[in-house]
Design a protein around this ligand. Sequence first.
Ligand SMILES: Nc1ncnc2c1ncn2[C@@H]1O[C@H](COP(=O)(O)OP(=O)(O)OP(=O)(O)O)[C@@H](O)[C@H]1O
Ligand SMILES: [Mg+2]
Length: 475
Amino acid sequence: MNPPSQDISLRTSQFRLVKFFAYTSFVILILFSFPFSVIIAQKAKNILMKSYENYALLLGENLNHQVFQNFVLPVSRRYGKIRLRDQDQYAIMDRIVKNTIHSFKIDLVNIYDIEKGVIAYSTDPKLVGKKGEKTAGYFSAVRGDHSSGLLSMGKDLWGLGLEIGGQKKLRTYIPFRGEVFYSDKPAFILGVFELIQDLTEEYGSITRFQYTIFALSAGIMALIFIALLLIVHKAEKIIDERAREQRELEEQLNQAERLAALGQMVAGVSHEIRNPLGIIQSTAELLGQMPNADESQKKLSTVITDESRRLNSIVTEFLDFARPQEPALRDCLLEEVVKRNISFLQPELKKRHITVSHNIRGRSFKIKADPEMLYRAFLNIFVNAIQSMNSGGLLRVKIGEEKAHFIVEIEDSGCGIPQEHLKTIFNPFFTTKDKGSGLGLSIVKKIVEGHGGDITVKSREGSGTTIMIKLPRAS
Ligand SMILES: Nc1ncnc2c1ncn2[C@@H]1O[C@H](COP(=O)(O)OP(=O)(O)OP(=O)(O)O)[C@@H](O)[C@H]1O
Ligand SMILES: [Mg+2]
């Protein structure tokens, strides 16, 4: 199995890969969506042109038949020769052409005289007699083949079909053939029809459609991209959080190992100190009680006894920390423990002008605990609270009930704990006091946790501290 820190770095690099993938796929998709929309639009334009060309051919065939049957044959029979400059003949032709194209969507019809190479008839009278624009399509129609081509009056951006504005017209040249019945020979060509259809509107809607496709695909890509980025961002945050937790856990483990070693040493040293300390204390007491001891000798012996007693209590605290006892659980009453603490501290509270208030009068809180250990834990908390109030104050004790727990809140109106210390006050040897060992709260924490409870702190510098202890109720 990989060590946790390696796992984290592996996951981090995987996510960097996902991020890179998100960026590149976005760029690639944007680059591809444009040509994709151009291809689709081009296909649509080709289909449009093909269908209009078929439409023109159908009309051409009809025109061919109508003009040949109703103009060429009767006019040559009646006038001997076809001369469109003759007004009567022109009027007949005009009527036939207009009747034929009447219900078709067509812009202009020209009929070329291929011998003279001029426009012999046009739906636009201004063009009659003009040479017209003769493209390759015209000459292939003269040879008998029809053809179509797009007339574009707008500007095409980079040849991508992204034309904005400008007219679009489809020009179709169709040979005008004489109709020969009962013969296999190809019909002779009399002239050329030039049909012009306006496709501007249809082309415009295809171009708009092309822009819509592009905008839509770019929009979808952007949405996917944003979603992907959000996921990556969230994942990165989770990974960072995990990495932080992992580091903290590793730190805690290291600290626990260090503390275990330290604890063993402290326990050994404390134990060794305790015996000679006991002898020093009892010897000093004996010296002070000797009948020939004068006043100053008695005073000195009291100093030695007091200091060795203080030293003994520090050593006991060290031993408590280093060799925590297992709580001997039995049914007991939480309010008894708290009351015993308060009455023990009464002289000190009085001396410092501290008022005590509590909400335990007449109530009972049954717990399963080691009352001696709990007493020591609460004593540490009360002593801290008292020490935080220099010139009088208020000490409030509140016991609350939850379904499975009691919550004891010990609130003081003392100096409070600076924000930056809140995380470290439970660490062994953390102290801000000249004569403190810094073990008090770490012992309290051990005792409370040993009882299946937990301890939290709420404090604001300058306005006091509340310590909350949660203990399971006796079932
Ligand atoms: N009620 C409180 N008000 C203000 N500061 C507090 C309070 N309780 C704890 N502290 C802060 O937390 C630190 C650690 O407390 P802890 O009881 O573990 O050690 P100590 O009181 O310094 O020494 P010891 O209890 O071993 O004599 C204290 O030095 C003090 O700065
Ligand atoms: Mg303390």
